[in-house]
Design a protein. Sequence first.
Length: 288
Amino acid sequence: MPGAPLESFLDAVPEPLICAEAAYPPVIACDAEHVFCDGCLKQVRDGEGAAQGCPTCRQPLQEQRVSMVLKRVLDGLKFKCRYGGSGCEWAAAAGEEEAHAKGDCDFRLIRCEHCNGDRLAKDFPRHAHMCAEWPVDCSNKANGCVTSIKRGQVDAHTSVCPYNKCINYDQCNTSTTKELLLVHEAACTRLLTRLREAETARRNDSITRYRSSISSKAPEVAVGGGREGPLGCYPRRITGGSHSPTRDDSNLWGTLQLGMAGAKRGLAEDSPSPQKKRCKEEVVFLDD
Ligand SMILES: [Zn+2]
Ligand SMILES: [Zn+2]
Ligand SMILES: [Zn+2]
Ligand SMILES: [Zn+2]
Ligand SMILES: [Zn+2]
Ligand SMILES: [Zn+2]
């Protein structure tokens, strides 16, 4: 260890503990316990001065060991964080600096293992939300996709991910790639619309019959003009909870309206409107 910069100490370093910088940690050089930093002593040993012994007293160099007593003196001196130049204002006992600098200094550098970029610790959480190499879950995880994708490749994955749900998933249970969904969804919606349209026609027909049977016994209930469509006669106004769209129906009712025209055409061809003869009615359905 090459010692510590003298200017990092905010308290005065005692003269015997200064070599080129501060001898921190202080390494004993000779029997007289002159101390230097590890870096200075290494230079002496490796250079031509090795034979001349301790730079202070010329006694033979000892096997190196740190003076724990003198280290404790330096540990207690006030010291600035090594990242002060980057903006850290931490200053406390020198003995606590290493734990601060390696553990909780906002200005230490953290390497992102995904993109290998270095970021200040204080900026790292933001990086974790932006790094294009960072692994993220597929947006279809809840649908069953367990693939982990790099953030930058989410769009590419999603288009080929086989777990994209059909817009009518509640009814058709289909999930597949975006490309196949384009084809499926159009056909799926057409089919559902026709099924729903047939169901609506069937329901209206039974309401009409119900109203007809009531009106013959209860003439005070309004029966007025209806309108004629491709399906034949269907009610203009229906009141009564049991025949309104329920919450569960709302999806299908939306779908129904979207594809109404095409489905009606199809249905009219399939079933040539047996209801047509019952057209001139407005049906008011009342809860019993
Ligand atoms: Zn030194
Ligand atoms: Zn000495
Ligand atoms: Zn710091
Ligand atoms: Zn990164
Ligand atoms: Zn996926
Ligand atoms: Zn579908």
